[in-house]
Design a protein around this ligand. Structure first.
Ligand code: NAI
Length: 339
């Protein structure tokens, strides 16, 4: 019943409730920041999935209530709630996937960089605990500024000698979700069938949608290309302004975070050909860069690269350079003084 209900709501989630042979492979997932605007609906979506045997909820507040509430849902995942620093280690032990939406969100007028001072320390503390308690877990970072927090997390894992570039990813799925929605609206397509690769990073100009590689193939006027690119890059600000001080995207982000998590878990269970975009360490012109990633039994198998860019897209990469490199540098500088 639950499966048929959810499949009516969103075909992208059918796979999380319908795969019948996953029970023996069900994985343990922790959400850090589970009581927040993203954390609660994300935890709800994860609780609905038979891909998960144990759902570990951690926050510095309110987790016991969120956990009690979710634990009454008639699905397989066993919910455990942990609150406060003393309980963090137990929240992490044995986890296969750790998703981190902990940290403050934007208010109108703020950039993601304005969150740096607070969120850098939160992510650094949480990833230090991951290094000590679940060093083999895949870590998915939602906390902004993603362009820097992933760098900080990576440096911390390196310092603890547990760094594996296949296992630490910045979640950029919301950009992909928005791009599919906006392009589908523009072209009168079914949004669940549209895929637009997004490369670069996860803030303003660093979000680079490859509209020339849209699937199904579509063409745009220069005006539509400009306005769609601009809307995809600033979709987050659209929500921040509409919420008028009450935070940033939470519900669409919960969906995006769940979609990303289900993909990772399916790949860990051996499903082949699982691709999601994500922000990872890179050997190209940038030391960190988002591309479509192929996931496998150990996390990221490889970056799928970004194929041939149009001149327009090359200009977007050029425009992203300064900001993205600055964000990476800021992450490295913070990590040095934190460690
Ligand atoms: P929120 O303020 O509603 O929730 C954050 C939660 O983190 C709170 O429950 C808080 O108690 C908790 N928290 C704070 N310090 C913590 C710590 N040391 N350990 C564990 N938990 C801690 O914020 P919201 O809206 O859920 O956003 C969370 C983060 O996600 C923000 O940084 C936001 O910018 C980011 N975000 C990222 C997106 C992406 O596409 N990657 C999209 C939207 C938001």
């Amino acid at each position: 019943l639950l499966g048929s209900l959810i499949s009516k709501i969103n075909p992208n989630l059918i796979r999380c409730v319908s795969s019948s042979n996953t029970s023996t492979n069900a994985k343990k997932v922790a959400v850090l920041g589970a009581s927040g605007g993203i954390g609660q609906p994300l935890s709800l979506l994860l609780k609905l999935s038979p891909l998960i045997s144990e759902l570990s909820l951690y926050d510095i507040q309110h987790t016991k209530g969120v956990g009690a509430d979710l634990s009454h849902i008639e699905t397989r995942a066993k919910v455990k709630a942990y609150v406060g620093k003393e309980e963090l280690a137990n929240a992490l032990k044995g986890m296969d996937l750790v998703v981190i939406p902990a940290g403050i969100p934007r208010k109108p007028g703020m950039t993601r960089d304005d969150l740096f001072n607070t969120n850098a320390t939160i992510v650094a503390d949480l990833v230090t605990a991951c290094a000590k308690n679940c060093p083999r877990a895949i870590i998915a970072i939602i906390a902004n500024p993603v362009n820097s927090t992933v760098v900080i997390a990576s440096e911390i894992l390196k310092a603890h000698n547990v760094y594996d570039e296949k296992r630490i990813v910045g979640v950029t799925t919301l950009d992909v979700v928005r791009a599919a929605t906006f392009v589908a609206e523009n072209k009168g397509l079914d949004p669940t069938k549209v895929n637009i690769p997004i490369i670069g990073g996860h803030s303003g100009n660093t979000i680079i949608p490859l509209l020339s590689q849209a699937s199904p193939p579509v063409t745009f006027s220069q005006q539509d290309l400009d306005s769609l690119t601009n809307r995809i890059q600033n979709g987050g600000t659209e929500v921040v302004n509409a919420k008028a001080g009450a935070g940033s995207a939470t519900l669409s982000m919960a969906h995006a975070g769940a979609r990303f998590s289900f993909s990772v878990l399916e790949a860990l269970n051996g499903k082949e050909g699982v691709v999601e975009c994500g922000y990872i360490a890179s050997k190209g012109d940038f030391s960190y860069f988002a591309t479509p990633l192929l996931f496998g039994r150990n996390g990221v198998e490889k970056s799928m690269g970004f194929g041939k860019l149009t001149d327009y897209e090359k200009t977007l990469v050029e425009k992203a350079k300064k900001e993205l490199n600055g964000n990476i540098e800021a992450g490295l500088t913070f990590a040095k003084q934190y460690l």
